[in-house]
Write a protein that binds this ligand. Structure first.
Ligand code: PEP
Length: 253
């Protein structure tokens, strides 16, 4: 037993409209209230920005946390189209997703930007889920460990030991996101254990406690049929879920 509480995130991405987002939030809040052990797992949902307030109102009396899919690290000012951390906190956001592969590889966000967002969110007192993971060509070139090591190290540069209690890592092999392909439980375990060792020996040497307590979610086509096998691995502490988070039954399972 690792002693780490499993943590599950639902990344709704750029999906759903208001009525659907409200129905999903209400369904999850209801399901959570009826769960056998509602405290057995931490849960966060990441709705699209326009629906954060509405979803926040619906889940506010449930243990489900409200998360934002992105943020901008400046406090305020002339940043057209961006959303600040204090604005997100204003509508009840507690968790920020940083480094998601779609932001890195579709939007073009760099490690420097991912780090700035991670540090700013933690400095604002928010929790962060930092996503890392290799592309298929990097896996085939045996660069999986190097990519994960670099993304974890750059992403967490400047983060203090104390702030690590508010950090979760999501290992999301890019080739598995939204593709229906999933890492095998053994491959996921290898990557998760490697990431834990990067934190232990590369970032916080001498602080094995930090490496042992940080939660590492798996992400990439996780669904009811494969979640139990993946989560049974000793270093897999839950999941970050895209497609299967859009249905109450699938996400709850
Ligand atoms: C994700 O968006 O982080 C993700 C893992 O998506 P999916 O579950 O659809 O692969």
């Amino acid at each position: 037993m690792s002693g780490r509480k499993p943590y599950v995130g639902g990344n709704w991405k750029m999906n759903l409209h208001a009525a659907e987002a409200e129905a999903l939030a209400a369904g999850l809040a209801d399901r959570f209230a009826k769960a056998d052990a509602p405290d057995a797992v931490d849960v966060v949902v990441f709705p699209p920005f326009p629906y954060l307030s509405q979803v926040g109102q619906i889940i506010k009396d449930s243990p489900i946390k409200l998360g934002a899919q992105d943020c901008y690290p400046a406090e305020n000012g002339a940043f057209t189209g961006e959303v600040s951390l204090s604005q997100l906190q204003d509508v009840g956001v507690e968790v920020i997703l940083t480094g998601h592969s779609e932001r890195r590889h579709v939007i073009g966000e760099s490690d420097v930007e991912v780090n700035a967002k991670t540090v700013a969110a933690l400095n604002a007192g928010l929790e962060v889920i930092l996503c890392v993971g290799e592309k298929i060509e990097q896996r085939e070139a045996n660069q999986t460990d190097a990519i994960n090591s670099a993304q974890v190290s750059y992403g967490l540069a400047g983060v203090t030991a104390e702030q690590m209690s508010k950090v979760t890592i999501a290992y999301e092999p890019v080739w598995a996101i939204g593709t229906g392909k999933t890492a095998t439980p053994d491959d996921a375990q290898l990557a998760h254990n490697f990431i834990r060792r990067v934190i232990q020996f590369g970032l916080f040497e001498g602080r094995a406690d930090i490496a042992e307590s940080v939660r590492i979610q798996y992400g990439g086509s996780m669904k009811p049929g494969n979640a139990a096998d993946l989560c049974s691995q000793p270093d897999v502490d839950g999941g970050l879920i895209g497609g299967a988070s859009l249905k109450v039954d699938d996400f709850s399972a």
